[in-house]
Design a protein. Structure first.
Length: 94
C-alpha cells in the first residue's frame, strides 16, 4: 500500500467518523428536546436516558469537549442523579 493510499484511507475514515459523531450528537440533542417537551418526569426520563447513552457513546469514541460534558451533566441532573451531574459539570470546567 502506498503512502498516498494510506493517507487517503485515514482521511476518509476521519470524515466518516466526524459525520457519525455529529449525527449522534444531533440525535442526543433531539432526545433532550423531547424530554423538555414532556409534561411529567416519567415522560422525560426515557429520552433523557437515551441522550445520556448517546453522549457517553461519544465520549467512549474519543470525543473530549466541555459542552458535551455539560450537556451530560444537565441530563443527569434532570433525572435526579446529582452525583453524576456534579462529576460531569466538574469535567466541563476543565
Amino acid at each position: 500500500m502506498t503512502r498516498r493510499m494510506i493517507l487517503t484511507t485515514v482521511a476518509v475514515f476521519a470524515v466518516f467518523s466526524s459525520i457519525s459523531v455529529a449525527s449522534v450528537f444531533m440525535d442526543a440533542n433531539k432526545d433532550v428536546e423531547r424530554a423538555m417537551a414532556a409534561k411529567t418526569f416519567e415522560e422525560a426520563e426515557s429520552p433523557l436516558r437515551a441522550a445520556i447513552q448517546r453522549y457517553r457513546l461519544m465520549i467512549e469514541s474519543g470525543v473530549r469537549n466541555g459542552y458535551l460534558y455539560y450537556n451530560l451533566g444537565n441530563c443527569y441532573m434532570r433525572i435526579r442523579d446529582v452525583g453524576e451531574a456534579i462529576y460531569w459539570y466538574r469535567m466541563a470546567e476543565r
